[in-house]
Design a protein around this ligand. Structure first.
Ligand code: C5P
Length: 245
């Protein structure tokens, strides 16, 4: 594998949205030649438990533990401390929980990782979910203004709280880069290759385009995992990334 291929591979996160550890491990084995990161969300974590992190790490891949913590600062801090001991490479909390909640999460993760002699995972906040459009944002959730402005505000707040980056839609990449600088991590789901089905995602973009706009990582679920040939789909997406890195 060339250095460019390696760099591209590190930027592709596959969402393991499946029910069992067997399915997750099978997919990881098939896809690890094309993706460096695998995302464990609520579905897999709640069904297979914390052990799944170690099982995935044993396959030599990096793990994004996407549990989107959101509660009072003390509760999130304590939960984040526990998660820091599991060995994931990225964990996340909701930005809408506020600065103090985010700060407690980041502080307790780093303290715990240091005490255990582990590398601290990146602590990331989730801004506005990629399945939400302006209509839902303004009329159901009841937040005024544009999603773009809210994401910018929450990204800045996240940086002030000492976190490493945000999850946002690809449509907000440029705004966040400008506001938070080149080192700030941006993780973008809502990725749909030109050849795939859109599903429930609303604020979407192709893999190549998202990388070109300056995202750090793309998260891809169903376009790979629901494909009849997941490895072929992953390989196609990796090639698209390689062309633009
Ligand atoms: O299948 P699909 O590519 O839509 O999967 C996207 C993944 O990214 C899902 O696991 C979803 O939970 C996650 N995600 C998202 N939007 C966010 C944060 C996470 O779609 N803002």
């Amino acid at each position: 594998m060339t250095q460019r291929e390696q760099i591209a591979k590190e930027r592709l996160i596959v969402a393991l949205d499946v029910d069992t550890k067997e399915e997750a491990l099978q997919l990881t084995q098939k896809l690890s030649p094309y993706a460096g990161f695998f995302k464990v969300g609520m579905q897999l974590f709640y069904s297979s438990g914390p052990e799944i992190i170690r099982l995935l790490k044993d396959q030599g891949v990096k793990v994004f533990l996407d549990l989107k913590l959101h509660d009072i600062p003390n509760t999130v801090g304590q939960a984040a401390r526990v998660l820091a001991g599991l060995g994931a490479d990225i964990i996340n909390v909701h930005a809408s929980g506020g600065v103090s909640m985010m700060r407690q999460a980041a502080d307790s993760v780093r303290e715990r990782a240091y005490a255990l002699g582990l590398a601290a995972p990146l602590v990331i906040s989730v801004t506005v979910l990629t399945s939400i459009d302006e209509q839902v944002f303004n009329n159901e959730i009841g937040l005024p203004g544009t999603i773009q402005d809210r994401v910018k505000k929450w990204a800045t707040m996240t940086q002030e709280a000492g976190l490493d980056g945000v999850v946002a839609s690809p449509r907000e990449i440029q705004t966040i880069r400008e506001a938070c600088g080149p080192e700030f991590k941006i993780i973008t789901p809502g990725i749909r290759p030109a050849w795939s089905v859109v599903g429930d995602q609303k604020r979407i973009m192709t893999p190549g385009m998202a990388i070109k706009q300056g995202t750090s990582y793309i998260v891809v679920g169903r376009p790979i995992t629901a494909n009849e040939e997941p490895a072929v789909a992953a390989q196609k997406i990796l090639s698209e990334i390689i062309e633009v890195v």
